[in-house]
Design a protein around this ligand. Structure first.
Ligand code: C2O
Length: 472
């Protein structure tokens, strides 16, 4: 068992904690090692009477009965993600979006939440289910969450999603481009797009970062996002956690255990879900075991800015909008990058912002032929654009952070260059959820502005082998 702190440090911390009530302890992986991992199951295979859902309901009820200031209360737990309440208590407003810590922070958050649910429902083996919206295609809100008499229900959602007529738009939640990435940081960035689209399309509380975690479905949505981390890694091909990134590994966060005591955690504590956190996902391939010590990264990634489009800010609303890219001088360089095995081309949108949650998702296309309707199954589709957790001015509690997006271009660019296009259109098509299987009319409640549009090339280079194997 390799852990990132020494036994002496741990003992010192533990004894200090017993003196001062409020001092924090570190996560002790030894405490979860003995047991066989619990299985986080697909909610799609559960009916409303499944003991896992009954226990979840029981726990929610008990947590809602606790006063807000109790760390085990439903409100406190949700506020750790983000809240509208003030003053802020310990660890509130902590969630990570638009950052390198998205996958890691949410894994920690769910882990402690799951332990609290276990205590509150009295089932020591309880495991958080997942909503398999991708790669499975459970596009409807799981039925037990639509029963108006259940603790799993809230009226603060899109009405159609809540009455069963609505389903997620498959194009909005496409994960293929995130999954094709070899670099963790790029995959972690791109996966936030489809993840955010689920938030926006469920709507209501889920659509806004300050209220999202009050909806019981939030945790099942993120259980799936967390499973996607495992699945991404399991594809192999050199994919690995960013173990040479000291900032990523060492940033420390505080959560609360099931006794309401603060606990500290870093990414080194959560690399192996089964080994360190004692859970696996139903049906997942063997988890990839990574360790904070002794790591030789196979390669490093560098970015090269190819083209900055000198355009005024682009405004998106309820109708499709296109912006042209003149290839001119960069045509050759693009062809070269497309032919290379180590270069990947991205469209980068930066300084993306809006006033309030627009409530729609934009599908993005490159090189869509004039007059062609956007089809997310076509080779011109490059991904979806939605805002969640960053880029929304009215939701910025502290400092405002615009959003940034990366779209993988290789496939669409290849197609466009084949047809000798010299002027490529980037097209944004707003989409709504499907209602009774048909696209609904999207109404953007607030226009979205894109400040910068760039073409970037990611270049993969062989990593320097660290023969010493010491912590880097
Ligand atoms: Cu921190 Cu999906 O939210």
């Amino acid at each position: 068992m390799k852990i990132h702190f020494t036994r002496r440090q741990f003992v010192a911390t533990a004894s200090a904690a017993s003196v001062a009530l409020l001092s924090e302890s570190f996560f002790d992986p030894a405490s979860v090692l003995a047991a066989t991992p619990v299985v986080r199951r697909d909610v799609g295979g559960m009916d409303a009477s499944d003991p896992i859902l009954l226990s979840y309901r029981k726990a929610i009820k008990a947590m809602k009965a606790l006063p807000t200031a109790n760390p085990l209360s439903w409100t406190y737990q949700a506020a750790i993600h983000w809240t509208t309440l003030s003053p802020l208590l310990t660890s509130w407003d902590n969630c990570e979006h638009g950052t390198d810590f998205f996958w890691s922070w949410h894994r920690m958050y769910l882990y402690w939440f799951e332990r609290i649910i276990r205590k509150m429902c009295g089932d020591p083996c309880w495991a958080l289910p997942y909503w398999n919206w991708a790669p499975g295609s459970e596009l409807q809100l799981p039925a037990p969450f639509r029963d108006t008499t259940s603790e799993l229900y809230t009226s603060n959602r899109n009405t159609n999603m809540n009455n069963g007529s609505g389903s997620l738009n498959p194009g909005a939640i496409d994960i293929s481009s995130a999954f094709s990435q070899l670099d963790f940081l790029t995959a972690n960035s791109i996966i936030q797009g489809p993840h955010g689209s689920v938030h926006v399309e469920v709507g209501g509380w889920m659509g806004q970062v300050q209220t999202a975690a009050q909806d019981p479905i939030f945790y099942l949505h993120h259980s799936n996002v967390d499973r996607l981390w495992d699945l991404w890694l399991a594809q192999g091909g050199g994919r690995t956690d960013p173990l040479s990134d000291a900032t990523w590994k060492n940033r420390q966060y505080t959560f609360f255990d099931e006794n309401g005591n603060p606990v500290k955690m870093t990414a080194c504590d959560i690399l192996r879900a089964a080994g360190q956190l004692n859970y696996v996902y139903e049906g997942e391939p063997p988890q990839v075991n990574e360790y904070c010590l002794r790591f030789f990264p196979p390669w490093v990634f560098e970015w090269q800015l190819l083209l900055h489009l000198p355009i005024p800010p682009v405004e998106l609303n309820s109708v499709p909008v296109s912006i042209p890219i003149e290839l001119g001088e960069i045509h050759q360089r693009l062809t070269q990058a497309l032919e290379s095995r180590t270069e990947t081309i991205f469209l980068e949108l930066d300084d993306v912002e809006t006033e309030t949650q627009p409530g729609v998702v934009w599908e993005v296309f490159l090189g869509l032929p004039a007059g062609a309707a956007g089809d997310a199954k076509s080779p011109y589709f490059i991904g979806s654009l939605s805002l969640f957790g960053s880029g929304i001015r009215s939701e910025a509690h502290h400092e405002f952070k615009p959003a940034r997006f990366l779209f993988l271009l290789n496939r669409a660019l290849h197609k466009a260059l084949q047809s000798n296009q010299e002027r490529l259109l980037v097209t944004f098509v707003p989409v709504g959820i499907l209602i009774n299987g048909k696209p609904s009319r999207p109404e953007a409640k607030s226009p979205l502005r894109i400040g910068k549009v760039n073409l970037q090339v990611e270049i993969r280079k062989e990593g320097v082998k660290d023969k010493t194997g010491k912590e880097n």
